[in-house]
Design a protein around this ligand. Structure first.
Ligand SMILES: Nc1ncnc2c1ncn2[C@@H]1O[C@H](COP(=O)(O)OP(=O)(O)OP(=O)(O)O)[C@@H](O)[C@H]1O
Ligand SMILES: [Mg+2]
Length: 255
């Protein structure tokens, strides 16, 4: 169980995330919605440790993560999509995924430093990396360098890397943003398949309400940094606060 208690961050006088207390259970997909600037990405950054909270705590399965670095939180089971800028842009797609797989299988290479074990580990890593690339439909790009990938393929690679880590908690922040219509279903299918695994906890920030309606078991709404609604999708979507927030957004977009 991932849990935040009174999680808060202030930027100067502005409270971007304001005392958010919420628990996310394995086997559930929670959509986090709310207008632009509501604090959704900031909430993710506080959970993953990219930002340090002004107050409040984050824990996973009873273990406090509050004082851990982002990489220690990843090690504890939190999966946040990689920033591709942190990768090796001049290595190939396959090499990058293989490194991510290797990172989760520490110890295998210590079985013995003979050529046979190095070769067999390398083969196993390549097999797993290939599977992941098949799943995100990037197999035909496996020998392209990351730097050469178009935007949609980079987003797919981010998801493959996240899956390579086999985290307990998957955090997706607008995973299909900037993708073309043909690429979106690949990502949504993957999220659907992750959802079928009852040990995984999924958090999804998503603006597209049709996607949210289909995938979410639960919706929470952030507004001005505060948690203002939490419940069944149909009920939350129909609530005045969501109608107002999204109608407000539609007005802004039209302006
Ligand atoms: N590092 C920062 N320094 C100062 N202000 C910040 C910082 N990060 C976020 N903010 C502010 O915090 C508020 C919440 O931003 P956040 O990016 O979390 O919103 P969001 O809900 O993800 O919006 P969107 O739907 O547009 O992605 C905004 O007012 C933003 O300007
Ligand atoms: Mg955001």
């Amino acid at each position: 169980m991932l849990e935040t208690k009174d999680l808060t961050i202030r930027f100067g006088g502005h409270v971007a995330v304001n005392s958010v207390s919420c628990a996310f259970a394995p086997g559930t997909l929670t959509a986090i919605v709310g207008p632009n600037g509501a604090g959704k990405t900031t909430y993710f950054n506080l959970i993953s440790g990219q930002l340090k909270a002004s107050a409040g705590t984050v824990s996973l399965d009873g273990q406090s993560l509050s004082n851990l670095s982002p990489s220690a939180r990843t090690h504890a089971g939190l999966g946040r999509a990689f920033q591709l800028t942190n990768l090796f842009p001049n290595l190939t797609v396959l090499e990058n995924v293989r490194l991510a797989v290797q990172a989760t299988r520490t110890g295998a290479h210590r079985r013995g430093m003979n050529l046979w074990s190095i070769w067999s580990d390398h083969t196993a890593l390549t097999v797993r990396a290939d599977e992941l690339l098949e799943q995100v439909k990037l197999k035909e790009k496996e020998y392209s360098t990351v730097a050469s990938l178009p935007h949609g393929d980079q987003r797919k690679l981010e998801v493959a890397l996240l899956m390579a880590l086999e985290p307990k908690v998957f955090m997706f922040d607008e995973p299909t943003a900037g993708m073309n219509a043909a690429e979106v279903p690949v990502i949504l299918d993957l999220i659907r398949s992750l959802k079928a695994d009852p040990s995984k906890t999924i958090l999804l920030v998503e603006h597209k309400m049709d996607v949210v309606r289909e995938l979410a078991d639960r919706i929470i709404v952030l507004h001005n940094g505060q948690l203002v609604a939490d419940g069944e999708p149909a009920e939350v979507i129909a609530s005045p606060i969501v109608q107002e927030a999204y109608l407000g957004m539609a007005k802004e977009a039209a302006a």
